[in-house]
Design a protein around this ligand. Structure first.
Ligand code: ATP
Length: 350
């Protein structure tokens, strides 16, 4: 029977360890060729979700389907090797007695060109010089790339990646990551990738899924999730930020330190937290909306972040530098807020 490629679907997935709900009614569909990044704080249930989909953890409630076929539901579980799902988990699980190339070719038993294909993947991941080595002789980053090659080799219908580039230095990481994800997109593999790096997820994902306490808080394209976070947790999770204490003074008008902005939903008198990401606050030489004093300058590639003290009460707040001449600690500068890039929430009670 021919199968139709519809991708990977997790429906109403829940999982408990003892009494604790670790995955809580999770719904997620990933289309063929789509890269979905799963992000969330440590312990929120990301790895457990991947392990259930892979068949390494027995499913308790809900269903997992691949290309329309149910591969896991309570009482019906295909063994991991029959799911047509590739996986790279932090333990790599390479076969110790097999040389690297044999590890990669292992899943291609019936293919005539298995050795050549294995070598080709090792080349793309820059580890072909290790083809005849045994896994225990390899560094963590080398083992990680061999595990990636092995998972990619059979062109699986779905791929599960748990921090798959974590052990690589920044330059190699970018190259291996871009190449791997392009291969997965090109061969129409539905990919679910766990990463702890929001910047990487924002750059690489077709869709982001943000998880907290076993529940998905928001799913959507990176731009949408970044610019329109569903709640405070999502806004805080995706980038660094400073908080200015604010107050709604008149209907729709919020005062936060030296700044005024509009926030139509707020009622007069309510005490607010105004979340300011560095790109929402621009410091320049000369006057701005408010005066500020540079406390510290940090160089982060194209953006210079400066810690500043804004307003008469001297609130520390981080923004970016918008002038050519680099500022120095102690400089008096102007600060301007980009109102559409700040987020207003009810004050958090400590
Ligand atoms: P991290 O980002 O740190 O890898 P995670 O989001 O992947 O975390 P999980 O590994 O899914 O989180 O774990 C979710 C929770 O379930 C954690 O509190 C963890 O301690 C617990 N847990 C995981 N596996 C088991 C197990 N086999 N038995 C009992 N509790 C477990």
């Amino acid at each position: 029977m021919a199968t139709v490629s519809t991708g990977l679907e997790l429906r109403d997935l829940s999982h408990r360890f003892a009494e604790r709900m670790v995955v809580d009614h999770l719904n997620l569909s990933i289309a063929p060729g789509e890269i979905c990044c799963l992000l969330g704080p440590s312990g929120c249930g990301k790895t457990t979700t991947l392990r259930i989909v892979a068949g390494l953890e027995s499913i308790q409630s809900g269903t997992v389907s691949l290309d329309g076929e149910v591969i896991a539901s309570p009482g019906h579980e295909l063994p991991p090797e029959r799911r047509r799902i590739g996986m790279v988990f932090p333990d790599y699980a390479l076969f110790p007695p097999l040389p690297v190339q044999e590890n990669v070719a292992f899943g291609l038993q019936r293919q005539r060109d298995r050795e050549a294909r294995a070598l080709g993947l090792l080349q793309r991941l820059h580890v072909d010089h290790l083809a005849s080595q045994f896994p225990h002789r390899l560094s963590g980053g080398e083992q990680q790339r061999v595990a990636l090659a092995r998972a990619l080799a059979p062109e699986p219908r779905a791929m599960l990646l748990d921090e798959p580039f974590a052990n690589l230095d920044a330059r190699l990481r970018a190259e291996v990551r871009d190449d791997t994800l392009a291969m997965l997109q090109g061969q129409g593999t539905a990919t679910l990738m766990v990463t702890h790096d929001p910047a990487e997820a924002l750059r690489m994902a077709d869709r982001l899924a943000i998880m907290q306490n076993g529940k998905l808080e928001q799913i959507g394209p990176p731009d949408e999730v970044f610019s329109h976070p569903a709640n405070r947790f999502c806004a805080e999770f995706l980038s660094e930020f400073s908080v200015l204490e604010g107050q709604c003074e008149a209907a729709g008008e919020v005062v936060a330190g030296p700044f005024r902005l509009s926030a139509t939903a707020e009622t007069p008198g309510s005490r607010l937290d105004v979340l300011v990401r560095p790109e929402a606050l621009c410091f320049r030489a000369g006057p701005g909306e408010a005066g500020a004093k540079v406390v510290r300058v940090r160089n982060l590639g194209p953006m210079i972040l400066i810690d500043d003290k804004v307003g008469p009460e001297e609130v520390p707040v981080r923004g970016h530098w918008g002038d050519a001449r680099r500022p120095r600690a102690g400089d008096l500068v102007g600060a301007t807020l980009v109102p559409e890039k700040v987020f207003v929430f009810a004050r958090k009670t400590p």
